[in-house]
Design a protein around this ligand. Sequence first.
Ligand code: LR7
Ligand code: MN
Length: 576
Amino acid sequence: CNKKASESSLRNNEDVRGKKAAIAAALQQNIDDDDTNLEESEIDQVVGDDGLILSPYPKSRLKKWRPAPFVKPQGNSPGEMGKAVNIPIEQEKLMLDKFQENQFNLLASDMISLNRSLTDVRFEKCKDKSYPTLLPTTSVVIVFHNEAWTTLIRTIWSTINRSPRPLLREIILVDDASEKEHLGKKLEDYIKSLPVPTRLFRTENRSGLIRARLLGAKHVKGDVITFLDAHCECTEGWLEPLLARIVEDRSTVVCPIIDVISDTTFEYIQASDMTWGGFNWKLNFRWYRVPEREMSRRGGDRTAPLRTPTMAGGLFAIDREYFYKIGSYDEGMDIWGGENLEMSFRVWQCGGRLEIVPCSHVGHVFRDKSPYTFPGGVQNVVLHNAARVAEVWMDEWGEFYYAMNPGALNVPVGDVSERRALRERLKCKTFRWYLENIYPESQMPLDYYYLGEIRNAETSNCLDTLGGKAGQPLGMGYCHGMGGNQVFAYTKRKQIMSDDNCLDAAHPRGPIKLIRCHGMRGNQEWTYDSKTRTIKHTNTGMCLDKPESADVWKPVLRACDRSRGQQWLMQVDFKW
Ligand code: LR7
Ligand code: MN
């Protein structure tokens, strides 16, 4: 059936990759040897099945490099070595006022040197790694809308200071219709004095980060495009391991580990190397723990590149030609959101790969809220962008998105025909393939019998998560038919899921809770009998029953007795 077919296609794919890697490795050796007798045409013309010139790059385009010099701490200035900046109590009011504008502590940022020093957060083993002596150059593209001066300029300086100079071709800034004085003439003058060519482009009207990045990418001269948000700090050795992955295989899209720059103190805080990117039914990007499966594929080496199902979106490097070949971005997406999952699915489904390179660390100021406006309304924009992802890439799993966000049905997705044509043209694989091979741990069940509300036959009320997070008890409510908190999936693994949580009962009398799905059956296994309409909990042998009384709104487990309160309506389709 389906599954077998995709397994063999994966094997084929691995074979092809093996061959490609062998060619690349052989040629790589030539390059490492710096053999100047080698005819350029000999290495220029390695063409993959897909028509893209494979790694290595034409030698003439690669550069010899040395690590950038260490950025020394400047005495006891605030924030040096990535330390936290604490604002004196008498300035607290000022601090809070300034916080509003950017949703981070601007007062602290303004106190920190634009060249501040950071600790070397890498694993020891990373420091000893050697990378090809010749690497492609990159242009760093930074888009921004109303970014604060010091965070933007510190992003630029940390890039300059910590990149091997020959590898940093240029910096490209894209101002997305900012209204701030300091981003006008002042910025134009400032960048003229930088030691690395820096160009500034401006969108005519507010375009959103996706179209702003497309504008920046258009002007890139380097062989690799590296995107950064406008409030980042690059650390020692961040660039080489990224470029080294791309020079091996130009269809690899690479991300650094994204460390945290505190929005309140600007402290540089190392992030875990044990998380990767996933997503939930709402199509929000989420970090999850790297599963054992991926750890063992890497032979337990925590410095080895990690294959991640999705990326956060802001910080990554991609071969310039590959960026276009794989479909750059969806121009139909506005302002913010969705493009990260779109690119993740696209890269995997269309034959590329997506990695987090743990030897590369870049800090990012994470904040709780967006400081800027969303023309058209946040909800509309975000729902619109995500709907485009669902429509183009997710096949029938797009249903989960609409079930969870019924509001998305009222937001126009716009024309997706070009994106679908791209998927066709690149002969991309199905979302099932992606779930089976790249993301089996996904919160989207591979096979499910039912997706929808679960209604009690006696009370006519519906199971409801009440928006509860993991650990909260399951509730009930009047059936509203609007999806969201009343949508559950009954899966082939016999789970009853809502987003990334599963109905879980630990005791015959205890509450039924929403617990992060573990996929190991146990307390999360339920059997639905479509004849008797009972939902039986395997471990306890009890049946799901309506609440004790009308005012409690918490379903319970009781000995199965075939009463109407134990009957639940689901249109299950046992198609497997
Ligand atoms: O209209 C806009 N125009 C812009 O130029 C809106 C935003 N922007 C700029 C903005 O100034 C910033 O430089 O776009 C960049 C990203 O916006 P942020 O920093 O306000 O949002 P974010 O950090 O939450 O963004 C994350 O998700 C986005 C989804 O569209 C993008 O993929 C961002 O690049 C991404 N950032 C990261 O991945 C950093 C790690 C965060 C995480 C997880
Ligand atoms: Mn950001």
